[in-house]
Design a protein around this ligand. Structure first.
Ligand SMILES: [Zn+2]
Length: 289
């Protein structure tokens, strides 16, 4: 695990998905992106789903960021998206620290797309029936703006939301809304950033290393993989691509100034990375997890 100030942090691969390569790279031509990530015979590229596990011993907080696709998949739909969850990957990572699912105090839900939040819940009994929380003691942090959007998505993005992934949250009373990134209520030594190019109100947690240490920012689908470091390589899935572009330009400017570490949700190889900049162009500097 990576130690940054009070936090022990690890990027855990919870499974893989295969999504259409053209959709993942938007207006970038295939002849350019296929050199970085070769597609399969169905034109899909391999992506990991990653959960960030962060432990703050002094504050007694065990934090998860996102939970992957989970296991509530019909075979035909799993086949379409190449969904291959690694069962109990999060439980195994917790067990290595002598922790269990009930020890998770906080779950940060960046957004409610199925490949980020499916693992929050599992079937209570039969598939297709009621669901229950997988980390029942955790406060589930999400922006109210995204929560409202996910329950009334547009025709363009409604295929990305499965209501059964998040139906159990409200009745369980575990929702903790972030309305303002500077609000007092939150997780100790975590700052919030909110990004809205990919989807409204995506919540990005920044783990503070404290004096002399670097912070670690989970960038969510603002930058899904290290292949998406160039600001203009924006996914076709993004609802407001020019906002994504502007948010990435601002992010890399901030990263050059603050030298924080970056952790990605979908990169198949790299979990936590220190970026290096050639002029203002970000590239992989050092891989730390
Ligand atoms: Zn997404």
């Amino acid at each position: 695990m990576l130690q940054v100030g009070p936090w022990r942090i690890q990027s855990v691969v919870t499974g893989h998905v295969r999504l259409d390569g053209g959709a993942m790279f938007g207006v970038v031509p295939r002849v350019v992106w296929e050199r970085l990530t070769p597609p399969d015979e169905k034109h899909r590229i391999l992506l990991a789903t990653r959960t960030l596990l962060a432990v703050h011993d002094r504050a007694q907080r065990v934090v998860l960021v996102d939970t992957g696709t989970g296991h509530k998949w019909e075979p035909a739909l799993a086949e379409r998206y190449g969904v291959e969850p690694i069962p109990a990957a999060i439980e195994a990572a917790l067990a290595r620290l002598d922790l269990g699912p009930d020890d998770v105090t906080d779950l940060v839900v960046t957004h409610l797309h199925f490949d980020h939040c499916g693992g929050m819940t599992e079937w209570e009994a039969a598939p297709g029936g009621a669901t229950r929380l997988r980390f029942p003691k955790a406060r589930h942090w999400i922006t109210r703006r995204h929560w409202d959007h996910a329950r009334a998505p547009t025709l363009r993005d409604r295929a990305s939301f499965f209501p059964h992934d998040f139906a159990a949250l409200e009745p369980a009373g575990v929702l903790a809304f972030v309305d303002d990134p500077h609000q007092a209520e939150g997780i100790p030594d975590v700052n919030w950033q909110i990004s809205s190019g990919h989807t409204p109100g995506q919540l990005l947690p920044r783990f503070n290393g404290g004096s002399g240490e670097r912070d670690v920012l989970f960038v969510g689908d603002l930058v899904p993989t290290t292949a998406h470091l160039p600001p203009a390589w924006v996914m076709a899935y993004d609802l407001v691509p020019l906002t994504t572009l502007a948010e990435r330009v601002a992010l890399w400017k901030q990263c050059r100034e603050d030298d924080f570490l970056v952790t990605f949700p979908h990169d198949p190889q790299h979990g936590i990375v220190r970026l290096a900049f050639e002029q203002d162009r970000p590239q992989i500097g050092e891989v730390l997890g």
